[in-house]
Design a protein around this ligand. Sequence first.
Ligand code: GLC
Length: 714
Amino acid sequence: MDIKLRERIDSIISKMTLKEKIGQLNQEAVSPKDLEKIKERVRNGELGSIILASTATAGNDAQEKVYYEVIDEIQKTAVEESRMGIPLLFGRDIIHGYTTVFPVPLALSAMFNPDLVKTAYSHIAKETKNNGVNWTFAPMIDISRDSRWGRCIEGIGEDPYVGGVMAEAIVKGFQGEELSPSSVAATAKHFIGYGAAEGGRDYDKTEISDYTLRNFYLPPFKKAIDAGCATVMNSFNEINGTSTAASKKLLRKMLKGELSFEGFVISDWGSVEKLVFFGQASDKKEAAKIAINAGMDMDMVCRAFFDNLEALVSEGKVSEATIDEAVSRILGVKLKLGLFENPYVVRQDINIEETEDCAEKCADEAMVLLKNNENILPLKKEAAVLFAGPMLSEKHSLMGSWSADGDVTRVKSIKEVLKESKVNAFFAESDYLWDGILPFVRMADAVVLTLGESRKVTGEANSLTKVELPAEQMEFIKRVHALGVKIIGVMAFGRPIALFDAEPYLDAILYIWHSGTRSAQSAVSALYGDVNPSGRLPMSFPRYTGQIPIYYNREKGAIPLNSYYGETNKRVHSYHDSLATPMYPFGYGLSYTEFSYGEITSDKTKISLKDLEAGDGFSLSITVKNTGEREGAEVTQVYITDKVSSMVRPIKELKAFSKNVLKPGEEVKLNFFIDFEKLGYYNDEGEFTVEEGEFDIWIGKDAYVTDKITVTVE
Ligand code: GLC
């Protein structure tokens, strides 16, 4: 930590009473309606932060609006009327947009475009800061292999590399290159393993070995912390027999030790008190003792710290040094944010049109074209196309979960956008009652069914036991298909769904996710070819729910698991009722054009471990060409396989990707540098290592890639 910062922190702490220090560790959800009560508590130095959320599951519940004037009034009380004058942090869940809503983070991951993600979050940060929120509880970077878990939509998918790229881009979008007065402080959450909840049941237990934790779940947090993320939030799940809030091993050894995290740890909603529910504490006082000693720095909303720490210190169960360490971390964030110099909201003009344009560009790049038989898409503007389905007039759900501040009055439905477009789209008398649809089908060259899920079945506390298409939507597809018409499925789902039964009835499938304020404009642009979809899947899509958890980077196994990913023709009969392979693999996505790849070349095929450790590596090249008739973007992906190693390694691991827009006939030469970091893994002792031996390096368009070269570390 910077010496000057250290001195400032120590100077402030030296003047504080124990009660004032404990106040800094306390965050409460207070409604601006109780303004006088809040100001009294702030005046007494009882709060270090206010969470601007009125419920524990802010993702889908209506939230009280935030007024920056009220925030400033509270802040003024803290700065001018409390004895220490320490400014407050005002936190809120700004996950993928403020009044302008961007695609849900899982869809943003599908863009495979970190620069655009960073730009998106810099827009989001402007709106956030302008409303007085100086701390957001994002990015959510929980690896997930299970779309029954509603919170997978908030995260970054199944892959540690994509997760790390997303974590860094979102943190830098909110904070800039480092935490500074122009930042919105970010939160890497939820530490750790939350996405592995058994059965996809939110909040359920997880069992994750250190080996798996370090190689799959930890990398996104390492990238967030290396990007300067201000805070980390613990996770609700029990992991290997303990709550994360009670785990010194996770919070002090792994997070603050191995990852050198210098910010502070905020508990998730009441998760200090939840130690009592876990049976790891007999009461809130014991919970406070366990949590603060484990490395928890700030207590969200349950007042366990505020009500008990003074007594615990006097009883010698918590040292004042432990309290000082937590206060020091919190003051560090407040000082880096410049709150002592500029505690109040600095309003700036925001170009909402520009923000929405960026949101639309993200929606454009997040869409994944899963099927396009006989190039039925893009539609001709003059074709008579009947549009129907439950998402045709929908607006709220297009914004997705965690969009409480989203301005739905600025969202257009797909139907509204079509009516404004110069296309020969027509509608039945009802969007969805299929009897009302059928008489219109005969007039159509093709039918577009806009299907999807409510945002209310995604996000926190919103798991599903099955992720197949809802029965009534499946029935709808069959009834329309029976009339022999071509059908395009537009899928407005937040999570990956199982499409094996639906796919045969659909001539084309366009996955538009829940993509925010401009979702409808983006979908119509893609349907009529003004946008060429370029999204790629950040999670494997199962054929059936029964395959979950399903993910591409699974370890090699006794049976030739490679057939999961197309390397052998032999089918693995692990199920009698389905192939073992996913419906669509990680990294998959079609385009309205085609791309071809040249040979993979490398500057060397052998390297000594010593040279690798010294920073040398393999410089690989490959050419990619647009062999189609129209411009499009290709996401070239680089995977490795550690062929023989002391621990069992995945059949493939993504280690780099590059997205390139190419004009028809255009060719580009791409270079990738494969170094120690990309070849290494955490072994059973927790050491990051590269072992001598052969590595396959694959370069192609998704996890089914078969073109590879073999290199050797000796
Ligand atoms: C919720 C969520 C967490 C959120 C917090 C504050 O329960 O788990 O992601 O940031 O509480 O709303």
